[in-house]
Design a protein around this ligand. Structure first.
Ligand code: SF4
Ligand code: SF4
Length: 128
């Protein structure tokens, strides 16, 4: 299960991900992170059965945590199978089947958003 974690990195703040690993014993896979001197946003992947535990511990450490049930949303009715999203995706979420129809493997998605801009038919969107 993927979790989107936002947190402050102000003075005196503890390293949230490292502390959550220590406190829960859960091995957290960081799939994407954008961090500057004042705040951070990380997309992490944890085993489904430990998702609530990690969320609760991180929330207790001051983070805002959102459980993401889905990756990128592919609107099949708008898609024209042009393939513009295939090469731009860093996680190989998109491929073609035998009939050259686009296949979207959304559980590989790390919600970076790159494909949304690349799609000429606005067939891709982030989950709400
Ligand atoms: S949001 Fe990023 S990882 Fe997800 S499908 Fe689009 S390009 Fe790939
Ligand atoms: S870029 Fe858009 S229209 Fe083209 S294959 Fe991907 S989802 Fe379909």
């Amino acid at each position: 299960m993927k979790l989107l974690v936002n947190y402050s990195r102000g003075r005196g703040r503890k390293p949230i991900i490292a502390q959550a690993v220590r406190d829960t014993g859960v091995l957290i896979n960081v799939e994407r992170a954008v961090i500057d001197s004042s705040e951070g946003e990380a997309l992490i992947d944890v085993p489904d059965e430990q998702c609530a535990l990690v969320r609760d511990v991180m929330t207790g450490l001051g983070a805002t945590v959102r459980i993401l049930d889905h990756g990128i949303h592919h609107n099949d009715s708008e898609c024209v199978d042009c393939g513009a999203c295939v090469s731009i995706c860093p996680r190989e979420v998109f491929s073609f089947d035998k009939e050259w129809k686009l296949v979207c493997t959304e559980n590989k998605c790390v919600l970076c958003g790159k494909c949304i801009e690349a799609c000429p038919h606005r067939a891709l969107s982030l989950p709400v």
